[in-house]
Ligand binder design. Sequence first.
Ligand SMILES: Nc1nc2c(c(=O)[nH]1)N[C@H]1C(S)=C(S)[C@@H](COP(=O)(O)OP(=O)(O)OC[C@H]3O[C@@H](n4cnc5c(=O)[nH]c(N)nc54)[C@H](O)[C@@H]3O)O[C@H]1N2
Ligand SMILES: Nc1nc2c(c(=O)[nH]1)N[C@H]1C(S)=C(S)[C@@H](COP(=O)(O)OP(=O)(O)OC[C@H]3O[C@@H](n4cnc5c(=O)[nH]c(N)nc54)[C@H](O)[C@@H]3O)O[C@H]1N2
Ligand code: SF4
Ligand SMILES: [Mo]
Length: 892
Amino acid sequence: MQNRPKQNDEIRTTCPYCGVGCGVLARKKTDNSIVVRGDPEHPANFGRLCSKGSALGETTGYEGRLLTPSIYGERTDWDTALDLVASKFSEAIAEYGPESVAIYAAGQILTEDYYVANKWMKGFVGASNIDTNSRLCMASSVAGHRRAFGTDTVPGIYEDLEKADLITLVGSNLAWCHPVLYQRIAAAKQARPEMKVVLIDPRRTMTADICDLYLPIEPNGDVALFNGLLDHLSLHDGLNADYIEQHTSGFSDALTSAIDGSSPSKVAELTGLTQSELATFYDLFLTTEKAVTIYSQGVNQSCVGTDKVNSIINCHLATGRIGREGMGPFSVTGQPNAMGGREVGGLANLLASHMELEREDHRALVSEFWSAPNLTKKPGLKAVDLFKAVREGNIKALWIMSTNPVVSMPEADKVAEAIQACPFVVVSEVQAKTDTSQYGHVLLPAADWGEKDGTVTNSERRISRQRPFREPMGESKPDWWHICEVARRMGFADAFQYETTAEIFAEYAALSAYGNAGDRDFDIGALAGIEKPAYDALEPFQWPRKVGAEPSQTRFFANGGFYTADRKGRFVAVHSEAPSDRTDARPMLLNTGRLRDQWHTMTRTGKSPRLAQHIAEPFVEINPKDALVLGIREAELVSVRSDHGDVLLRALITHRVKKGQVFAPFHWNEQYASNARVDTLVRAVTDPFSGQPASKSTAVSVHFARMQQFAFAIVREKPDHIDAEYWALARVPDGWQVELAFETMKPDLAHFAHNLFGLTQSADWLEYEDAKSGQHRHACFQKGQLVGILFVGTRPVAASRSWAAGLLSTCFDEAKKRHLVIAGRAGQDQPDPGAIVCSCFSVGFNQIQSAVVKGCSSVKAIGDCLNAGTNCGSCKSEIQQAIDQTTREAAE
Ligand SMILES: Nc1nc2c(c(=O)[nH]1)N[C@H]1C(S)=C(S)[C@@H](COP(=O)(O)OP(=O)(O)OC[C@H]3O[C@@H](n4cnc5c(=O)[nH]c(N)nc54)[C@H](O)[C@@H]3O)O[C@H]1N2
Ligand SMILES: Nc1nc2c(c(=O)[nH]1)N[C@H]1C(S)=C(S)[C@@H](COP(=O)(O)OP(=O)(O)OC[C@H]3O[C@@H](n4cnc5c(=O)[nH]c(N)nc54)[C@H](O)[C@@H]3O)O[C@H]1N2
Ligand code: SF4
Ligand SMILES: [Mo]
């Protein structure tokens, strides 16, 4: 009885965020709020949770939820909405053919949702226009795996990360993006300090904290780096000739191609690394048998993403370091169910259960199994092409499910235009207003995490249950139900008669074993026909799990057995050059990615005050040398422009990025900032094999954005409309924080404050002005509470944000107190904790610095003294950095 579905009053479920797939114990309290903790028995996390997982309780409330279906903005009932969707899709198919409709979904729906969506589109609509945000995420890994292994499979398991003697992280900010895996590696390294960690990333991220060697590679220098490694292995007797001979094909072509492009000087040029840095890394890899190479979006999101993947896999095949304990290439998946999506064939070029769309025998099997009259025969449109087709008017009905493409797709303004131009758009969402849902003609409310029921697969092929712990809010229904109801109304009732997700899973498991004589690795036939009680009690397990098999750890390819026609693994000859679009007019390269405490387009994490504390504003990292040339000072605003759009961001001047490069997170959307959708800049150039966009390298120019006034406000109510050239909103306890800037002096600040605070009743207003410095303050109180406070100056406002946010919970019955707030130096009587480092205990940089000065010189000592880093531990590397910085500054 390891993983009971319930533990007293706690429900065992799985985190809805990243692909680590941590087990969560969730409990609903009598006031309906949710308390979570890590599941000590879940094999992904053994009780750990990161900052996002720990804050789940703050994000599951009613606020902002989509609660009822609507048509053209008018509330309606389910039957009317579903009838309309079914008839519009049917009409489009009848008039323009099955390829005139499409669905764009996400790795955040559950396997059961994914399975029926895929069955509906590929089996019954009869086209393959179902693509998902996995195209922006894992497609290059999928393509690279399929080229090398003949199947899309991650060969290793998490334990390998702990057992390895060398971990190489390529284009992965594991500390922030897969924090629990990072913590598992950190713990293993602490126990075995001889374990070495290498980071390969153009930008020095927090992940560097754990590393013995950091290689600041040139963007897209990865293929050259790994080609150089293959050459080095062959020159220094590092090959596993037996493995190459017995289990692989194509070695000599791959080596020739590697040698052609990788003279030492060429590698140094393309990677931007010194000969000595290269030699150190190459020798480490050469001499360390137990080597794991973890890679993520710095590899996948590139116009040479698939080649990058294969350049890494080539080195593992050449050394036979694959599928054995502590060894292997390891693509870490982003989303909670990116893997499940791949398994059900949730991309436009895949069929279900690792069957291939191109193979007639596979199509015949699926068609027979589904009794599908109309099985698709050819691949459909991949995400970027799909939205192009929408824009060109070729898609007449589009269904967007669980993704926010107006924020996350490259050339996002064109995507917005496309959706607006589409004759019929359905959006299945949990939030009432997103940048995408605002263009939906029909909105279908979806059950959210904690309400929905099904399975997800994590990065190590482990299938875990997401279990509900409360009823769906309002009239929301799970996504699989949306699809099945539409399918039934389109005349496919027999194939979509499911009452529960258990029935869907049982069918899916049966399909995985159907006609599978061992030529498909994805086989969970042991669960075919599973009944609901057993499904409800299902423990996390790794696939494959064939009929008769017990759950066990599984690895692939240690002894060959690939899924190619000759069962051999394939080396792929890859070439090193990656074209850049930099020009004189757009001389800098924009890199994009993630922050520790935000998730994607912020629709969930944006609700959490605790998470917003970490970084509350959209920003762009600029190297100090570039900032100097561009005349940009810290905290000023900059306009970042590409050939596709422009955004306005706060400048963060830092050595983390190299000269000529800038980095911006892609999280902010129109709900949280005036103009910070970074994907409006990103070019829609894709990898030729995977169709994955190159989201990490767009040529841009950066310009100082002159502002005459800057402001900062704390308000109790979310402002409806903000009349400022720049604004960014962040959640604080009991209200909102607003950063503002104006191109021209606001003539009437009192009026502006009135609008911002959204005040309708009489209240007590206070004003302060220092004409000499140009500083103004406006505060408004009602019934002894602050309604809002606005600080204005001609330079970025230096008031302590956490002090100001705390004013919302301060009692202002005394007039003196009110006057002090408006006239005193902001936060003068309070120590300013500084930028928040530990979100769990709200501990700031300044507090850590003063503890260091008082003698706390280790992360543990800081934890003992301030509690920082002692809950989820996601901030440990930042604490270490604060210690290092303080110690360095003291020595200078
Ligand atoms: N906190 C948080 N965690 C998340 C998510 C989130 O939104 N927030 N999202 C989840 C999802 S869906 C995903 S896909 C993962 C992504 O996880 P990661 O891939 O780790 O995250 P990114 O920040 O997108 O990119 C990783 C790194 O690639 C580097 N990079 C850019 N160009 C190159 C290059 O040419 N070569 C190399 N070697 N590196 C390069 C970037 O500088 C960046 O630091 O995170 C998951 N986890
Ligand atoms: N520039 C740049 N762009 C990127 C990336 C990058 O690194 N750089 N990374 C890319 C990657 S790897 C990814 S994965 C994407 C992520 O991009 P998106 O998928 O667009 O991001 P999310 O914010 O996760 O969007 C999920 C949406 O579904 C809703 N939702 C949540 N749960 C459910 C549910 O159960 N059912 C339904 N129907 N709706 C739900 C949420 O409210 C939200 O609006 O972004 C990509 N875009
Ligand atoms: S590492 Fe964090 S975000 Fe990822 S699954 Fe675990 S708790 Fe969730
Ligand atoms: Mo992703």
